[in-house]
Ligand binder design. Structure first.
Ligand code: ADP
Ligand code: UDP
Length: 237
């Protein structure tokens, strides 16, 4: 497998073509952004942590029957994944109120829901990723009803697996964002990343935040929180 030209540079990762047209290489950066790119910074070591954490969690999910884009970790920051056509939806699962949910509905953070919730937003930076319901997604051709059903079922399955996994390392999985893609034969697979950038993690005992909210809210200890999550997830770092 040969790394070829860069095909995309996003806020947190670069994507490179490979000599296999069905595969791409993703390279994780230390760059951090928040509030739709308004706040920018660097979290030293983040790229390597998010790469390794994502791959570890994707492999656990595969074993539990969730198809993912993961193929092979090449180095600290670089991973080969199946090239997919990304469904332009950010799929957000919430177990506990926080962030934009708490703000939108005027409630405090920390309400533990009896059942997880799901929401979609339209993956479009220019529009600020607006909230979107399934009818909107189908109307705009983002996905078919069959794909929406598959994505919902997969997202709740991911939540079941990860909630239990994190509970075992004394972390509450508050909420997280997933992205899904279509392989050339139309199969929906879990894509992108699962990391402290894309999940809210609270220590179950102290409720200390161990995720990107430390960067968003200028709480300090950002690098330490990312390292602590890698240690709990992988037993290293
Ligand atoms: P953003 O585009 O939001 O700034 P990133 O910096 O994480 O995000 O860039 C990575 C890009 O790669 C995202 O647009 C993501 O949707 C896309 N992507 C993730 N997994 C795959 C994949 N398996 N195949 C193709 N594109 C992918
Ligand atoms: N999230 C993400 N990317 C986004 C928006 C949200 O990874 O573009 C994650 C975020 O880290 C959190 C969850 O999705 O774990 C829910 O985020 P929320 O809607 O509360 O938005 P935020 O407070 O981040 O603006």
């Amino acid at each position: 497998m040969k790394k070829m030209e860069q095909i995309y540079e996003g806020k947190a990762k670069k994507v490179f073509a490979t000599d296999d047209p069905t595969l791409v290489l993703v390279s994780y950066k230390d760059d951090a952004t928040a509030f739709n790119g308004e706040k920018r910074g660097t979290i030293v070591g983040k790229g390597a942590i998010n790469n390794r954490v994502t791959n570890h969690l994707m492999q656990i999910l595969e074993k539990e029957g969730v198809p993912t884009h993961f193929v092979e970790e090449l180095s600290d920051r670089e991973t080969v994944v199946k090239k997919v056509s990304i469904v332009p939806l950010e799929v957000i699962i919430r177990n506990i109120s926080a962030g934009s949910f708490a703000k939108r509905f005027g409630v405090e953070e920390g309400i533990v829901f009896a059942e997880p919730t799901i929401e979609f937003s339209y993956k479009n930076d220019e529009l600020g990723d607006p909230l979107m319901n399934a009818y909107h997604a189908v109307a705009l051709g983002c996905a078919t009803w069959e794909e929406i059903d598959t994505i919902k079922a997969m997202a709740f399955k991911v939540n079941d697996v990860l909630k239990a996994f994190f509970k075992a390392v004394n972390v509450d999985l508050v909420d997280f964002k997933l992205e899904f893609g279509r392989t050339p034969d139309g199969t929906i697979v879990l894509a992108d990343e699962i990391s402290p950038d894309t999940c809210r993690f609270w220590d179950s005992t102290t409720h200390e935040k161990l995720d990107k909210d430390r960067f968003r809210r200028d709480l300090g200890g950002v690098e330490d929180a990312y390292s602590e999550m890698m240690r709990r997830i992988m037993g290293i770092g």
